[in-house]
Design a binder for this molecule. Structure first.
Ligand code: S3P
Length: 435
């Protein structure tokens, strides 16, 4: 199915498959791993994480926390051990490299805003284009001074200091912004609230509680009292549902496929994906439900059946924001097509994901309409293999490896190594289950 024997490791060739079957162990959730690494650094005592994300993005977070004085090491059993230094971090000797990771830059800014020193955050070419005004506004209101490039782009210079609590109503539905403000709120004087326009993933709130902070939630509002101390924890990071999404969509493309994914994150603010896949015809059962530090985990069994289209908009778009690329890449194979709306945020992710999906689908021969805030993709289409670009975006590389499984002929994905940003073992795992 895959031929990555070519010397250029950044190009991967994907051949059509007839079915998808087997079991895959999915690496730890990226969103949770970032938050655990940051909170472990500002906690008192040691923390230990099993199944910490293998993503390059999370390595960027660990690198930044190390530069800020928190040592960490990988133990023989694969666990990551982080030495907490408490809420006063060390002034870094160099600018902090966030790599490709918007999560690192945005959420860490909340912690840096409350420090007594100045620091600089920078990223790669893609991250340097991403909007940061969304965190600069609330952090400035809390008392930090932040300099950016024109239009609120990175690098950021954060001049930290004493913070005052705010009641903040973000304009965009963003869990990164919410978490950034709650992290700053932990270091501020008074009670900080974030009132979201649409409820986003709540791993920030759940992780803060796991480390011992009291965080309240009322409807779409999360609330934290400043000055609370955190303590280190031992945790097992659930498998990343957004990474599992690629394999679930691959299974959905072939009637009779059978896939088992143990230990996957089932947090209700992320699991809307499963409802949508069921609606589209994938048969899903979840067994062995458990709760770890406030996060639900379960084993997913999926069987391919019919593959119907659907419309994704409003709150669903926010809930599925990271999975839309793969859903859209698989949409031409649905019976009746897919429409994605209210997804302007996709244009300011690691790439312009609306344009990247439309470009690659067209190269595979698909009919697709690009909308300012989404895509309209007719169903019942047969695609052909093509030379595609990842656009340096991990989710685009993986989404089109999935689409390539049902195409006629082989597909080359240029810059496929981008997958390492969230899922380094993706192509090896795909090879195991695609028959
Ligand atoms: C994330 C939130 C989302 C998501 C990103 C991870 C998080 O971004 O797309 O991959 O961990 O909070 P936004 O907050 O920009 O919506």
């Amino acid at each position: 199915m895959l031929d990555d024997s070519k010397p250029d490791v950044s190009n991967v060739v994907v051949r059509p498959a007839r079915a998808v079957s087997g079991a895959v162990r999915i690496p730890g959730d990226k969103s949770i791993s970032h938050r655990y690494a940051m909170l472990a650094a500002i906690a008192e005592g040691k923390s230990r994480f099993q199944n910490f994300s293998a993503a390059q993005d999370c390595a960027s977070t660990l690198g930044c926390m190390h530069a800020l004085g928190s040592d960490w090491e990988r133990k023989e059993d694969g666990a990551i051990e982080v030495q907490g230094v408490g809420q006063r971090l060390r002034e870094p000797a160099h600018p902090l490299d966030c790599g490709n990771s918007g999560s690192t830059m945005r959420m860490l800014s909340g912690i840096l805003a409350g420090q007594t020193f100045s620091s600089e955050l920078f990223g790669d070419e893609s991250l340097s284009r991403r909007p940061m005004a969304r965190i600069m506004t609330p952090l400035s209101q809390m008392g930090a001074r932040i300099e950016s490039q024109e239009g609120g782009r990175p690098p950021l210079k954060i001049h930290g200091g004493p913070l005052t609590a705010i009641h903040y109503k973000p304009e965009v539905a963003s869990a990164q912004v919410k978490t950034c403000v709650l992290f700053a709120g932990l270091l501020a004087e008074g009670e900080t609230t974030v009132d979201e326009p649409i409820r986003t993933r709540d791993h920030g709130e759940v992780a803060l509680r796991a480390f011992g902070a009291h965080v309240e939630r009322n409807g779409n509002t999360a609330c934290i009292q400043g000055g609370q101390k955190l303590h280190g924890i031992e945790a097992h990071v659930p498998g990343d549902l957004s990474s599992a999404a690629f394999f679930l969509c691959a299974a959905a493309l072939f009637r009779g496929s059978a896939l088992t994914l143990p230990g996957i994150l089932m947090n209700p603010t992320r699991a809307r994906l499963l409802d949508i896949l069921i609606l589209m015809g994938l048969e899903i059962t979840v067994a062995q439900l458990e709760e770890h530090h406030g996060e639900l985990v379960g084993t997913i069994e999926a069987r391919g059946g019919t593959w119907r289209g659907t419309t994704i908009g409003g709150a669903d778009t926010a809930a599925l924001i990271d999975e839309i690329p793969v859903l859209a890449a698989a949409a031409p194979y649905t019976e009746n097509g897919m429409e994605v709306r209210d997804a302007k945020e996709l244009r300011v992710k690691e790439s312009d994901r609306i344009s990247a999906v439309a470009t690659n689908l067209r190269k595979m021969g698909a009919e697709v309409e690009e909308l300012p805030d989404g895509l309209r993709i007719p169903g019942g289409q047969q695609l052909h293999g093509a030379e595609l670009e990842s656009f340096g975006d991990h989710r685009i590389a993986m989404a089109f490896a999935v689409a390539a499984l049902r195409a006629e002929g082989e597909t080359t994905i240029r810059g496929a190594d981008a997958a390492g940003v969230s899922f380094p073992s993706f192509f090896a795992d795909l090879q195991k289950i695609a028959k």
